[in-house]
Design a protein around this ligand. Sequence first.
Ligand SMILES: Nc1ncnc2c1ncn2[C@@H]1O[C@H](COP(=O)(O)OP(=O)(O)OP(=O)(O)O)[C@@H](O)[C@H]1O
Ligand SMILES: [Mg+2]
Length: 172
Amino acid sequence: MEELSHTPASDGVTVRLTITSPEQMQELGRRLAKLLHAGDLVMLNGELGAGKTTLTRGLGEGLGVRGAVTSPTFVIARVHPSLVEGPPLVHVDAYRLGGGLGEMEDLDLDVSLPDSVVVVEWGEGKVEDLTDDRLHVIIHRAVGDTTDEVRHVTLRGFGRRWETVDLGVLSA
Ligand SMILES: Nc1ncnc2c1ncn2[C@@H]1O[C@H](COP(=O)(O)OP(=O)(O)OP(=O)(O)O)[C@@H](O)[C@H]1O
Ligand SMILES: [Mg+2]
């Protein structure tokens, strides 16, 4: 993965990566998993088919959770328990989560969010209130190109949790 820039920002750091295949996107997820702890919130944004679920699949592999990560089309959230005594992965598709935070808390999941790694697709403007500490991942595909597998990924940490995390290791 080619690292384009690594800019200190007021809230943690921003890292930009160029990803050239679905496999590489999944690998990014596996690497990112190594940086995550219980209570972390990761927000994934990017248009339909950008690769949010593909990244989450790698995250699930890296965390060692049960069950294949797929698009949670008929459910808003799916819990993947850990197979390695780590935190479960809660995978949320906020596309249809109209009401935001309130609904999120009403989901009645079997796990508590502070004990889980929570990954939210389409979470922008909906779940920020869950915590001041969160990692934003924005995936862009090359404009106007429907066949190209190139994706530009921007990761930016917000809050104290991410102030000292070196996201640069993701491009190593
Ligand atoms: N570099 C890439 N990274 C990720 N996916 C890629 C890449 N190149 C091509 N693809 C393809 O793009 C599609 C991405 O689908 P995925 O379900 O991960 O997107 P999504 O962002 O979750 O979409 P949705 O908004 O519908 O949930 C897959 O079919 C994948 O094979
Ligand atoms: Mg998806």
